[in-house]
Design a protein around this ligand. Structure first.
Ligand code: TXA
Ligand code: MG
Length: 331
């Protein structure tokens, strides 16, 4: 199978719809990362996604719906705080986990009694969801454990020959995956940090907790226990305070003939002043938007990426740090 990258228009949407209706997954853009979508009611199609990605069978998927879709038809209870959050942040990079009505295939949630629902804001995603007029189960459109894709070319690099069509919506502006929020309890709990921060949620509904996964526990969001987001080259990470050590390693490795690059934000790059850098950007938004893009660029040209963590680690940077730490985790 030769995978085609198609601009989003009437014809490619029709092709995509036919593929979705016949059980073939289609990759599509969102404002966070590209997704690999299948009809959430079709168990075989959902199982195909796990196969294509090599995804562990206990890591549940998010269902993506059009902004006018009746989410109440899929989930059994929507607390008042979740309604407020939906008004404030949807469509957008916030996934909400509810008690499921068990209408979609059980393969979507891997047997859990909850369902994660997301209303993406990307115009191309909305057009696709409206055209197919179905809830679409979709993980990020990368091979399992690899860096999430933020361009159609990234998806192609991982999935060429495994899917028919990639809908091309340009580079994703968000750059890290959506915030996953558990909305089954008294107060919302962040299961995965993202661009909608715990602070923003708490400011809207008064309270918001953050779930910290501990080794050995049953994860509330199974995805948290897996190694993720890793580029296909060696990686090391240093705290901002340890940047001199990072520069020392960079010099040592390059003098030994190892092609090492430093990944950091723009202000850190000015401080350390080395030649081979992967600069993430200036603002928090830029850093998040470029993280996966630069990790994928880095794996192409470097043998070793030495990341220097951002100095600030709250808000959006909590999400960036979480991904950077996982990308650099040696397992
Ligand atoms: O931004 C995003 O969320 C992207 C785009 C494509 O929408 N999707 C994405 O999907 O990142 P994926 O499969 O890579 O990550 C889904 C995360 C996993 O950590 C998974 O464990 C969690 O959502 N999740 C899904 N269903 C859940 C559930 N019922 N309860 C708790 N966590 C759930
Ligand atoms: Mg993923």
């Amino acid at each position: 199978m030769q995978t085609r990258i198609l601009q989003i228009d009437e014809q490619s949407l029709e092709t995509s719809k036919q593929l979705i209706l016949t059980g073939s997954p289609v990759a599509f853009p969102t404002e966070t990362v590209y997704g690999l979508g299948a009809n959430a009611f079709d168990t075989e199609a959902v199982e195909r996604i796990f196969e294509i990605k090599g995804r562990p069978s206990d890591n549940p998927l998010i269902v993506h719906v059009h902004k006018d879709y009746d989410i109440g038809s899929l989930v059994s209870y929507i607390p008042e705080y979740a309604e407020k959050l939906a008004v404030e942040f949807l469509p957008g990079p916030l996934t909400m986990v509810y008690k499921s009505r068990n209408k979609v295939s059980p393969a979507v949630s891997c047997g859990l009694d909850t369902l994660a629902v997301r209303v993406p804001s990307h115009e191309g995603a909305q057009r696709f969801l409206k055209y197919v007029s179905l809830p679409i189960a979709a993980p990020s459109a990368n091979l399992s454990k690899h860096v999430s894709p933020v361009t159609a070319e990234h998806v192609y690099a991982d999935l060429n020959g495994k899917i028919e069509v990639i809908l091309d919506g340009g580079k994703c502006c968000g750059g890290i995956e959506s915030t996953v929020l558990d909305c089954t309890g008294e107060i919302p709990v962040v299961l995965r940090s993202g661009l909608i921060t715990r602070e923003m949620i708490a400011a809207t509904v008064g309270d918001c907790a953050e779930y910290a996964f501990k080794e050995g526990e049953t994860a509330r969001s199974p995805g948290m226990k897996y190694k993720h987001y890793s580029p296909n080259c060696q990686t090391e990470m240093y705290a901002f305070e340890e940047r001199d050590k990072a520069v020392g390693l960079y010099k040592e490795k390059n003098s030994q003939g190892v092609n090492a690059f430093i990944m950091c934000d723009e202000s850190t790059a000015k401080l350390i002043n080395v030649e081979k850098t992967l600069i993430l950007g200036k603002t928090e938004r830029e850093v998040a938007a470029n993280l996966y893009y630069k990790l994928r660029e880095g794996e192409k040209k470097a043998q070793l990426i030495i990341a220097i963590a951002p100095q600030k680690q709250d808000g959006i940077m909590a999400g960036v740090m979480n991904r950077l730490a996982k990308a650099c985790k040696k397992v």
